[in-house]
Design a protein around this ligand. Structure first.
Ligand code: ADP
Length: 306
């Protein structure tokens, strides 16, 4: 079952085409990465999903029906531009935003207490928002995005401005929300996070969708017969046959590490047989391309083709 279906959506700003006939579907319960270089059209699509702006043509379905204002309370949105009232006290602001999402005062207080304890930020309650650092404000805004337990979360660059510890914290929370059944669409340039939390991705470039699908399948699709291996032997392998191109190598004591691309006509088994002649093979693994590499390669290819 798809929670979101974007069907042939086009959006133009004066003369600039921001989205050109984009279609995509997001299954319930997945973490969906919306990727693309700056200016690709991601924010425009997110704003359409949030009904902040309307498409010029095309349709968005939410749970199978055209999306409407009543769906807003089922959606949690963390915008890239963080809009907190800086002069308010943290607790007051959190209460205000939680009640704006339809929670009663009592519910808002209970749930915020839960989150403030969980994030160990109880002592922020009476501080002014402006006293918080950018990263701290972001944590607060994350809480106010999820406090009403939306079915569908839209997060625009949720990790920007966060240190590694808080990035990890938010990542873990997103995985926890996913476990509870929340569907999450996340727009980010943080590819390590994409690798860790996304099930599906969609890559857009210059208003067009250029790649979509299951992350693990995409990595399989773009793999290039590359293997890493560790060999225990007194000396390094002096030379490899032409069908094995060594891309990387390092040695320490009796351990020799290689990353090797097997050219057409060669096989992983042949590589293994070859290196076994020189010592004990301690590790042998296929190397899949990183999402970072796939992103760069696909964006460059699609830009050249245009
Ligand atoms: P992304 O989020 O992927 O960086 P955006 O959706 O923000 O991309 O922008 C897509 C394109 O549309 C960009 O070229 C941007 O300059 C343009 N654009 C975005 N918003 C507006 C606007 N309100 N008016 C005019 N052009 C806009």
């Amino acid at each position: 079952m798809n929670i979101i279906e974007v069907q042939n959506v086009t959006k133009k700003y004066s003369n600039h085409l921001a989205l050109d006939n984009i279609s995509l579907a997001i299954q319930k319960g997945v973490v969906y990465g919306l990727l693309g270089p700056n200016g690709a059209g991601k924010t425009t699509l997110i704003r359409i999903l949030n009904q902040i702006t309307a498409p010029d043509s095309g349709t968005v379905l939410f749970n199978g029906n055209p999306i409407s204002r009543k769906d807003i309370e089922k959606i949690g949105y963390l915008p890239e531009e963080r809009g907190l009232y800086k002069k308010m006290k943290v607790g007051e602001e959190a209460m205000y935003l939680a009640q704006l999402k339809g929670l009663s005062k009592q519910e808002a207080l209970e749930r915020l207490k839960y989150w403030f304890i969980k994030f160990e930020i109880q002592n922020w309650w009476n501080k002014k928002v402006e006293e918080l650092s950018k990263g701290m404000q972001q944590k607060l805004q994350f809480i106010t995005t999820v406090v009403h337990r939306p079915d569908f979360l839209i997060l625009d660059e949720p990790f920007s401005g966060l240190d590694p510890i808080n990035t990890n914290l938010i990542r873990q929370e997103l995985l926890e929300l996913k476990k509870q059944g929340t569907t999450i669409i996340i727009s980010t340039h943080n590819m390590a996070s994409v690798e860790e939390i996304c099930d599906e991705i969609c890559l857009i470039n210059k208003a067009h969708k250029i790649l979509e699908g299951n992350l693990a399948e995409i990595k399989q699709r773009f793999k290039e017969n590359v293997f890493s291996l560790t060999l225990n032997s007194e000396r390094a392998i002096p030379a490899f046959p032409d069908k094995f191109s060594v891309m990387e190598t390092s040695s320490s004591a009796n351990q020799h590490y290689y990353v090797v691309k097997v050219q057409d006509g060669g096989s992983a088994n042949q590589l293994l047989q070859f290196v076994m002649e020189y010592g004990n093979v301690l590790a042998f693994n296929e190397v899949l391309p990183s999402m970072n590499d796939i992103f760069i390669q696909q964006v460059n290819n699609s830009t050249i083709q245009q």
